[in-house]
Design a protein around this ligand. Structure first.
Ligand SMILES: Nc1ncnc2c1ncn2[C@@H]1O[C@H](COP(=O)(O)OP(=O)(O)O)[C@@H](O)[C@H]1O
Ligand SMILES: [Mg+2]
Length: 296
């Protein structure tokens, strides 16, 4: 491992940077002149996430996407970090039906470039397929759940439902599509936060976009019956991936939150064939979970 004082040097060259925005797995600081963003990766696999984000942000440009340039990056005693160029524009809003429709359009625009068929991709994190991965798409998704999920009564139901993914093509995924990661700049669109980039079924990106949107609307006090699910049906839909996404969310919340999802919930979401009906059940489930105290 190369230890370096690189972060201090980068701060001298590219900073000064302002106060840190602190999240569980990252600290981000904006250059005071608005030109750059310093991101320090903490907690789960900081070095893997740093490499993934910097490598994918550079590769995605070749697919015709606008992403931040990597100005400096390294690992050091203080942690793994990278400095990105600041891109103009504002994060997508979800504050009106028009804004949601625009967000869905932007997701389709990005995935249209990202999800192009690519030979020889195998499922796994990052876009570098040379590393040994989990073997199947189904296994890739199941491996993201913590071991305690295996003891839950719905585990087999979910596993069986996800089997259908193995017949789907493996594509390049952004891995964390949500409004705040799509920056709208007039006619241009910029895409940030590539640390969850992966190779897997396209449904993962669409489901993520839907899941974040529905959850955020509910946590901003929209009643579940008002969530405009019909606006989301232009994106391809997968019930099994939606069930998996709900479980993944709970698995990453408080330790006992995973017990709040029932076999009935998993079976219902995974087996639903109509996107709008599935998103409506998702909205009701998330509203009940919120009422049970699950943090966003
Ligand atoms: N290069 C950039 N240019 C402009 N805004 C950015 C850039 N990178 C990130 N942002 C904004 O900062 C927020 C946090 O950065 P992000 O990479 O998503 O970090 P985190 O891993 O903490 O979520 C993003 O949601 C986005 O709105
Ligand atoms: Mg982010």
């Amino acid at each position: 491992m190369v230890l370096s004082t690189g972060m201090a040097e980068a701060e001298l060259a590219l900073g000064p940077f302002g106060l840190a925005a602190v999240k569980p797995f990252s600290r981000t600081r904006h250059a005071l002149d608005g030109s750059a963003l310093l991101k320090v990766y903490v907690g789960i696999d900081p070095e893997g996430r740093r490499r993934r984000e910097t490598e994918t942000a550079e590769q995605a440009v070749h697919l015709g996407l606008s992403t931040p340039a990597v100005l400096a990056t390294d690992r050091c005693v203080a942690g793994s970090w990278a400095v990105f160029s600041m891109l103009p524009g504002r994060p997508c809003s979800i504050g009106s039906h028009e804004a949601i429709t625009e967000f869905v359009g932007h997701v389709l625009e990005v995935t249209g470039r990202l999800h192009q068929p690519a030979a020889d991709l195998t499922p796994g994190f990052g876009w570098d397929g040379r590393q040994a991965g989990p073997g199947s798409q189904r296994q890739f998704l199941l491996d993201q759940l913590s071991p305690r999920c295996r003891r839950r009564p719905w585990w087999m139901v979910l596993g069986r439902a996800l089997q259908s993914l193995d017949a789907q093509p493996v594509v390049r995924l952004h891995g964390d599509l949500k409004p705040e990661h799509l920056l709208v700049d007039g006619e241009d669109l910029h895409v940030v936060d590539w640390e969850a980039s992966a190779r897997g079924p396209a449904a993962v990106d669409y489901t993520d976009a839907v899941f974040h949107l529905v959850r955020d609307l509910l946590y901003e006090d929209m009643p579940p019956e008002r969530v405009p699910v019909d606006l989301l049906t232009k994106m391809p839909f997968s019930g099994p991936v939606l069930a998996w996404r709900l479980v993944l969310w709970l698995d990453r919340r408080r330790p006992r939150d995973i017990n709040l999802v029932s076999t009935h919930d998993v079976r219902q979401l995974a087996g639903e064939e109509q996107a709008a009906a599935a998103y409506r059940s998702l909205a009701w489930s998330v509203a009940l979970l919120r009422a049970a105290g699950v943090p966003r």
